[in-house]
Ligand binder design. Sequence first.
Ligand SMILES: [Zn+2]
Ligand SMILES: [Zn+2]
Length: 364
Amino acid sequence: MSRLRDPHFWYPGEELAEDEIRITALGTGMPFTRRQQSSPGWLIETGNGDRFLFDLGTATMRNLNALGVPHSLLDKVFLTHLHVDHMGDLSSLLGLGMVRGRFTPLRVWGPSGSEPRLGTAAFGDAFNRMMAWDVESRRSVVNAGTGWKAEFTEFDFSVSGQIVYEQNGVTIRSFPAVHCIDGPVGYRLDWNGLSVVYAGDGKPATFTVENAQGVDVLIHEAFVPAVEYAEKTHLPVEVARNICHGVHCPPRSAGKVFDLCQPRLGVMYHTMISEDLRVPVIDDARVTWKGPLALAEDLLVLNVTKARITQRKAVVPDLAWPAPSHNHGAPRPPMERDKVAQMSDWLAAAEIPVDGVETTITDA
Ligand SMILES: [Zn+2]
Ligand SMILES: [Zn+2]
């Protein structure tokens, strides 16, 4: 490294070495978003300059924006499933990214379902219809190139270990996850001899064990144990157990998967953290896993090389400004104002002119 790193904290702008992977938690909580815990989402950056988003749950964008990554590089999203806590901020990424210098389509990969209407392709069609007004209105004001498009790629959720992305030395595979209904998957990313598995939501499953043997980092969900969850959420313990065990898994189940896979680091997420729960959560995981363990909170930063894995916390601005695009200064695509519906004459005529304020929209 050309510069010394802070051993405890990660600050925006820190370089990534050529042989290194950096994993940042954009959200580690649940659908019930909190000021300090967004719904799940992960940014994985590889030393070759690639960036990948894995899930983009509600309120993840506030953390992603604070990291200072140019939106021109944030064009690849891999969804594990279509629960809102895993895709809730996709609309923000599309609408914001096209204004912030992503002049190419947003690409989204995701699984099929048990029937076409439940798959990622149907979701994508509906998403694009939902975004029609937002996109149409922005295209009339900013240079967006083809950045206004969102392209969805659906793959068969049921195939274990299939390659869904392979480019620039990075390979991403999917495998089925045992969550609630058919469709959810986990992902494995391989690059430069390093590997990361993000298992998505669900219970311990043979597919995870098959695909995560000896990986460097295994990110697995771990709910708060059912008894504590019932107390915190005012639910009967039977209902808490249905949620925590029936479709998710407690820390000791995540630990079981770590034990079966022997990762260099097991990472637990999807855990509603509070001061009094960190120890019970870790204790429960320790029933089954004695190896290296992290309990992820938002803005956890992992640097992964063959020699070591470090855990730090990102320190970011509360009121961040956008980072310039990675090709800042390059010619911008022409505006497309003539291609989209403009305001009706009667509506435009209702504007009240103000001296010194030029409101005609021009091509930047
Ligand atoms: Zn889910
Ligand atoms: Zn979830």
